[in-house]
Design a protein. Structure first.
Lengths: 250, 250, 250
């Protein structure tokens, strides 16, 4: 039996929207301790790790471990119909072959979605030694990604002990966004060794949909390593993305 | 002579927008008592009945019965240029072969439209014995229609003594919206015999453009009968739609 | 050396957006006294004259006359990324072959654009004897242009001692906008001899992007002469358009 209730639909709606942009289907594992979903995108460039502990929910009834195969595009369509302030309930149907999503606001709306078969695949668990970390306003990252999109399809991240920088270059010009210590959009800078690497803009734009512009994102970086973006979900949950670097022509 | 003036353009703009989505041209009959327009859509599935009595207008000058043939797409284009708060005047040109629409706001804007010849056709006057009626917030209906559109092109309406329900089913899942007695979006429920029938979503979406989400719509229903949607227009007017049911496969 | 700083990016953003709709590239001339750009559109129908004196800027460092060839489409793309309240700096790169645009808000964003070669062309300096002039709210003009677009692709301007009028006619009807003395949208009317002429709507719509709807535009008119639209830019600057008339079939 799986039945979870959230005060509002906003968190689930936002996370599913970002994840569905990257991944078609995924296995959501519910245990008495909480929900976890890990998946890799079809081109094996991006890893998603989505986790909400039991006490992130108003109500959380899960007796035994249950894995639900979910078509993310279909779930995203349904979640897009939720109003952010609607109370949200997700539960297994009695026959256990369908998922029931209920939004309660001025009216009560119930959607049912078929579950899908998913072969559980062993996911890589990369051990990464990030050497620099920054807490940055999501809005600054979202703007810089759009800026970078003007001149190319890759963006370079650099974190030094003084600043957080995103930049891009192309035939039509170059673009650079900087946040220095003390700037409003830079909450924290934690640098063991300065780091830089280059990434695909489209993937990052999909990932950054998980945040409102005022949210704070943690960016973990190592030179030519994958980048990790951590979006806090409430006090207890987390949506985390890992994206492989592009080889930089020098 | 026909000359009518309304405090603002909003009512006329909204009604014409909804009607023009269904019907290409129509005969508007002006008598000293008021304006009435009845028309059927090209596929003979939907009937429109639009009525505004003389005292719904700030000024209403109609000496004798006059029937004006109007190209609704053209009138809709003109009305879409009105600002909702503009004062609105509609009148016959002196030569009587054109319609003059005037919007008065920060500037005065005058549009003239050619009248068209319309053969008056005898419209069916179906006598329908509705057995259930509900007063529902237009927003709840508009949301439920969009929800239903996720899974199919038909939506089932059901009114019982306890609740108002819209639902749809398709290969990708099912959808249901319920308003129970006491819910904010359900003002009144009047049931002689519970009723249900299925209708085309596109037609209903066009019709529901006649309302703002806070408006209250009266839904009249009988099992497998046409559905009637009544949108009050001010205290005295009314825009009413009748839509034939779809045969439901059981 | 060229380095200019504006309190916010709004003026430059709005002007470039309107100009780029008409013209692909232009030579911006910076002198110690101020900036000036004059250009003609590819079909030789519209002239642009954009002028900002040195004291329209917070900071203005130009030692000697410098002409910069700018790809307006590229600059417009960059300016569209500015937030209106961002501080805006434009400067020549040290190598002097690129333009650096910097937006300072919550983050600092730097864009670089290659300069382009522009052959300076002698522009016509038409001596026009306008006989009538009106100061009109930009919103009224913008609305009337959209109205006129419903029925055709030309609009007639008329200024008499009593009123400012824009009108259009087509097969599907006719349209007219009037501002009379005393109307909120008409600030001033200055008529030596009443004037009227007809112009292309698309060009005027592009030009009118230079204004917010509350701005006041000065319209200079002479019968069958080009029309001049003057948009004040702050207290000291000016963006001015000249558009050739269409021959009116009478």
């Amino acid at each position: 039996m799986v039945r979870i209730r959230m005060e509002n639909a906003k968190t689930w709606k936002t996370c599913i929207s970002a994840i569905a942009a990257l991944i078609d289907e995924a296995a959501f594992k519910f245990t008495p301790e909480g929900m976890r979903m890990k998946a890799i995108d079809p081109s094996h460039v991006a890893l998603v790790d989505f986790e909400l502990p039991a006490d992130a929910f108003v109500e959380y009834e899960v007796r035994k471990e249950t894995v639900l195969g979910i078509d993310l595009a279909e779930m995203d369509k349904v979640m897009s119909r939720a109003k952010s302030e609607d109370e949200f309930v997700l539960e297994l149907s009695e026959g256990e072959n369908r998922l029931i999503l209920t939004f309660r606001g001025k009216s009560t709306r119930r959607f049912s979605l078929p579950l899908i078969d998913i072969r559980e695949t062993e996911l890589p668990e990369p051990k990464l030694e990030f050497t620099a970390s920054a807490q940055v306003s999501a809005g600054a990252i979202q703007d810089a990604l759009k800026d970078a999109g003007l001149v190319g399809d890759s963006v370079k991240f650099e974190i030094s002990s003084e600043e957080f920088k995103m930049s891009a270059e192309g035939d039509s010009g170059s673009v650079e966004m900087k946040l220095s210590k003390g700037d409003e959009g830079l909450k924290k800078l934690d640098v063991r060794q300065q780091a830089r690497a280059m990434y695909n803009i489209n993937y990052l734009e999909d990932m950054s949909k998980a945040a409102s512009s005022d949210d704070i994102v943690t960016v973990n970086l190592g030179t030519d390593l994958p980048i990790q973006l951590n979006f806090p979900m409430g006090k207890k949950g987390r949506l985390s993305f890992l994206l492989a670097p592009r080889i930089e022509a020098r």
